[in-house]
Design a protein around this ligand. Sequence first.
Ligand code: ADP
Ligand code: MG
Length: 318
Amino acid sequence: MMPDPVITANSLTRSFDGQVALDGLDLDVHRGEVLALLGPNGAGKTTTVRLLNGVLAPDSGHASVLGLDPATDGDAVRRRTGVLTENAGLDDRLTARENLEYTARMRGYSKSEARDRVHVQLDRFGMNDQADQRTVGFSTGQRKRIALARALLHDPDILFLDEPTSGLDPSATRDVTDLIGSLAREQGRTVVLATHFLGEAGRIADRMAVLDHGRLRASGRPDQLAAELWDGIPADIDLGQPPTTEVVALVERLDGVLHVSARAAGLTVGVRDRVVMATVLRELAANEIDVFGASLRQASMEDVYFALEESFTTKSVS
Ligand SMILES: Nc1ncnc2c1ncn2[C@@H]1O[C@H](COP(=O)(O)OP(=O)(O)O)[C@@H](O)[C@H]1O
Ligand SMILES: [Mg+2]
């Protein structure tokens, strides 16, 4: 049985200047769970994080975080949550250590307790050597580490991470993602990860909630989402090269072909059933297109990614 949710949102709604940023969000997050809030820019992820932390009040609807209402008990909520905001928000006149000690003092710790807590966090993020440098010269990756350390100072029950890897190069991204993965595995910690990177979400999250234009489009375990968002059976067709638009159009026209994605080495096709696969191969052969390999398989995160990306793009155009 699932433990009680530590976060619930009921019809949570918020507009800015008459534009709906979050439109009737319903959501449950359980203790110890890593939930990814996934969606393109402007989907409403940051708005959700701010509403759940009482930094912003909803126009309508209700949220409960650790049994508290963030709209009226924001301070109490924020004592038990940690937030990594989109831009780390460090005071660059201060050193890394001073930034953290300042926050720890603000959170009510004594001088010595603050010092100890800061030491523990700097150590865990491998930042002890740079601790006494001013943060002004820090790289984005170093800033994220300090901001993560700051979000964890008071050992929060719920950790909110808003685009934790944005602006990082691939190797720093891997570092931070691994760090988050291990934070998430710490006992009892609940993590809400807002990101527009599906790869990151799929790697770390137990469950994903897909937001688009302020609405919840789908939610579930990554593999469930694959089934929900990706009709049919995926089939990879190796053409030894990227397909021409004519080839894509040719396959798209066939009965039972649900969708077609162009890939570097050929096509990924969603077919209604395996018989359709035979039709696809026959059609390619009839058009003298070389096929080097073809196989049906289970839907993967990558398929979801393409499905989502296509629907995000289609929507933002309209
Ligand atoms: N403080 C604000 N003032 C005006 N519009 C805002 C504000 N915050 C968010 N928005 C708008 O609300 C929508 C959702 O934004 P946001 O929650 O930041 O999305 P995401 O984090 O998914 O990129 C966007 O259209 C954005 O422009
Ligand atoms: Mg955002």
